[in-house]
Design a binder for this molecule. Sequence first.
Ligand SMILES: C[S@@+](CC[C@H](N)C(=O)[O-])C[C@H]1O[C@@H](n2cnc3c(N)ncnc32)[C@H](O)[C@@H]1O
Ligand SMILES: [Zn+2]
Length: 376
Amino acid sequence: MSKKTGTSKIIKEGLTKLKIPKDYLSKKHFFNPKVELSRDLTVLVLNSLGPKDWVICDALSGIGARGLRVAKECDVKRVWLNDMSEYNIPYMKKNARLNRVKSKIKITNQDANQLLSEQIRTFDYIDIDPWGSPTYFFDSCARSIKRKGFLGFSATDTAALCGTSSITCLRRYGIQSYKTDFFKELGVRILITSAALSFSKWFFSLKPLLSYTSKHYFRVFAEVKKGRSIASKTVKKNLGYVNYCPKCLWRKMDKRPITKCEFCGSETKIIGKIWIGKIQDVKFIKKCIKQLSKIDWLKNKYKVRKLLLSLVNESIPLYYDVHKICKKHSLKIPKFMILQDKLKKKNYSAERTHFCKTGIKTNAELEEFIKIISKS
Ligand SMILES: C[S@@+](CC[C@H](N)C(=O)[O-])C[C@H]1O[C@@H](n2cnc3c(N)ncnc32)[C@H](O)[C@@H]1O
Ligand SMILES: [Zn+2]
């Protein structure tokens, strides 16, 4: 729904009206209507966490769409909107008035790192939604988040995260990566590793609550808690290696690096240290699904529900891309349902994944998986 007024127009997302500039995709004053789902999820996650007197920071807010939606659609005390580009500020102000949330909103025009570094232990929730990588902001988030707080961060640097540009990944995330057939999940794990290590430096543990990818971006919601011992335990427990054989597509996530493929004997690619722990908190996601029925104003509620229902079943790590496995091993591509049935009959899990349309999450080892495909 949109209404034009001169050089800008008014649209509605959730319960929030947004006056957006005509050139809303410009670097001056930015708003991307295509990531409404990501803002819907932010509203849902904050409603599910149940904040009452929370202080929220939308540190890279563009025209303020996400933070304004939180102010309007969640029960929070205060929302701080910030963006480095001064052209966004008039839109933040107009939209705060338009939605009658002005009294809850604080607006600044600063570098996010400066703002966050100055606001020690101020925020209950910080949102980092940059162009490219959020990694540059994690250290300052650790200064300004409260002793127990929550974060939402996204990344659009898919080449670095998906193994296409492994040198950029090493430089930016400190991980030697590689192109795999489960590259989208690997991207999320790399992103979580970077956040978890940045926070651990400042004695915070990090627990991913909900992680997903859609279109051109990755997004993670996580809880952080301050404490030297829990920070050390988190890193010790959750970091390890993704061992991968490009020759046969064998893979194993393990605490140890494995140099020889356990299927074909070739030399493996070792990716890590990387987050090998859980990337979803199923209990929390179920809470979000319940909460979704209470906030029925979301335009994308069916899409959100479908995504959440998928995430609940995605606890097995590292999906197989069935098409790539078939190509590599000269197998006929099976009907998906038949393959799922055959796996389940042998007591293996067999779930679809939002990461990949032709992907399957199963605890069957490659050898067994290939055998089952060939009989499907
Ligand atoms: C992807 S847009 C944000 C979109 C917004 N979160 C939304 O949901 O509509 C990224 C924004 O970050 C701002 N930005 C980039 N670097 C920044 C920095 N160091 N500090 C503050 N803002 C920054 C840009 O001006 C741009 O508006
Ligand atoms: Zn191999």
